[in-house]
Design a protein around this ligand. Structure first.
Ligand SMILES: *Cc1c(COP(=O)(O)O)cnc(C)c1O
Length: 409
């Protein structure tokens, strides 16, 4: 038997043992959707999560949603009413963000390799471009001049540190992201000279960190870096986007980030900030922390079989919707995501099984030798922490299986 990650708090069963999501039985949700596999997102949990963040953080810090974690249109429209801004990373995401009802002035667009038509769309809409290079800055300025618009431009800084313990390092050393810190003052001066509406800095050091102290330390370094750059430029950045990095517990032994500790430390950091940032606003941009727990992936058992003494539950889902849970999205060692039998939720485990998907590849494993209650064909398996990097971060077209259904309740 191998352990699985912790089931997020807030999930329970009805008296028959059926998992409830947003107060609805998992099997009823699958019926409503018409079929499995199905992602269900709980809007009340999304709102509660944002509320938890606001209660923990200083009032001066705005909450942005990094929509690549989950761009499902109904979820995005819901989030538009819950957070202060969206961070997008492509022209497609920009269009989706605008369609969600989020005001263009609260959308920022980061990401390397922005094409001219994407820069043009952002400038035309009045969204902020987080510039990734001097070359991109020149293209944005030229496009704005051609359109007769004053572009809203921020500079993404490649910091000279990274976020310790983060699953994905996005700063420190040679990176395709952002402008190396020492080159930033000259670039900002160029933007100011060209008459751009300079919006400040975007400094994102890493992702999926669970250690609140490491996040707090990185935020202190980030604020110090922004102050140093502001001093050198001789101008106050209107907004300092501090990045995010708050992760979620996916694996055995993982524990939730202490958001209150991060918020208290950030309050102290901002209190003590350099005068160069006295009039700056601050923001954090979070993806998975806001949406992962609110999502459950439901997949139905199609077959139950034995091979060399191992029991396999073969489902109608798989890595084409849940690449991360299969262990093939940026993890070195495959470990089990939180997993349960939805129709005997909370029951004592009765057997050790491997839950696999329907793709014809050995990579397609959703639960490796996990202890579950006795399962039969037709039962529903639930994978948790499924609200982020599921449906759109998985190869849905692989093997012709097609996308999962999604619903916001
Ligand atoms: C992906 C990304 C995020 C979100 O990361 P999470 O780990 O989901 O919070 C935030 N900011 C930037 C710039 C990103 O690329």
């Amino acid at each position: 038997m191998k352990p699985h990650g912790p089931i997020p708090p807030g999930y329970a069963a009805d008296e028959s043992g059926m998992l409830l999501i947003a107060g609805h039985r998992a099997d009823a949700l699958a019926d409503t959707a018409g079929d499995t596999p199905l992602f269900v997102y709980d809007s009340a949990m999304l709102a509660a999560r944002a509320g938890e963040w606001r209660a923990a953080m200083p009032d001066a810090v705005q909450l942005h949603y990094a929509m690549k974690a989950n761009p499902f249109a109904p979820l995005l429209a819901f989030m538009a009413g819950v957070v202060d801004g969206f961070d997008v990373a492509s022209g497609g995401e920009l269009a989706a963000a605008l369609a969600s009802g989020m005001a263009a002035g609260h959308i920022s667009f980061a990401g390397p390799g922005k094409r001219d038509r994407e820069l043009e769309a952002a400038v035309s809409a009045g969204a902020t471009l987080n510039l990734e290079s001097a070359g991109e800055a020149e293209r944005a300025l030229a496009i704005a001049a051609r359109l007769g618009r004053t572009p809203r431009l921020a500079v993404r800084v490649n910091p000279d540190f990274d976020l310790k313990g983060s699953g994905m390092k996005m700063g420190g050393g040679a990176k395709p992201f952002g402008v190396d810190a020492e080159a930033v003052p000259a670039l900002v001066r160029r933007l100011l000279d060209a008459g751009a509406d300079w919006q400040g800095f975007h400094i994102f050091a890493g992702s999926q960190a669970l250690d609140g102290a490491a996040i707090a330390e990185t935020q202190t370094q980030t604020v110090a870096l922004a102050a140093r750059l502001a001093d050198e430029i001789g101008a106050t950045p209107p907004l300092v986007n501090l990045g995010g990095g708050m992760g979620v517990p996916y694996f055995p032994g993982d524990a939730a980030v202490d958001a209150k500790a991060v918020g208290d430390a950030l309050a102290a950091t901002l209190e003590a900030r350099d005068a160069a940032l006295a009039d700056s606003r601050f923001a954090m941009e979070l993806g998975r922390w806001l949406v992962a727990e609110a999502g459950v992936y439901l997949t139905r058992i199609v077959d139950r079989k034995q091979s060399h003494g191992e029991t396999f539950l073969v489902t109608d889902g798989g890595l084409h919707h849940q690449l991360a849970a299969s262990g093939n999205f940026g993890t070195v060692i495959r470990r089990n995501y939180p997993i349960a039998l939805a129709n005997r939720f909370g029951a004592e485990p009765a057997e050790t099984v491997s839950v696999v998907g329907c793709l014809c590849t050995p990579l397609d494993r959703l639960g490796d030798q996990v202890a579950l209650p006795r399962a039969a064909v037709g039962d529903l398996v639930a994978i948790f922490q499924a609200g982020a990097y599921g449906a759109t971060a998985s190869p849905a077209a692989f093997l012709g299986q097609g996308p999962a259904r999604e619903m916001l309740v």
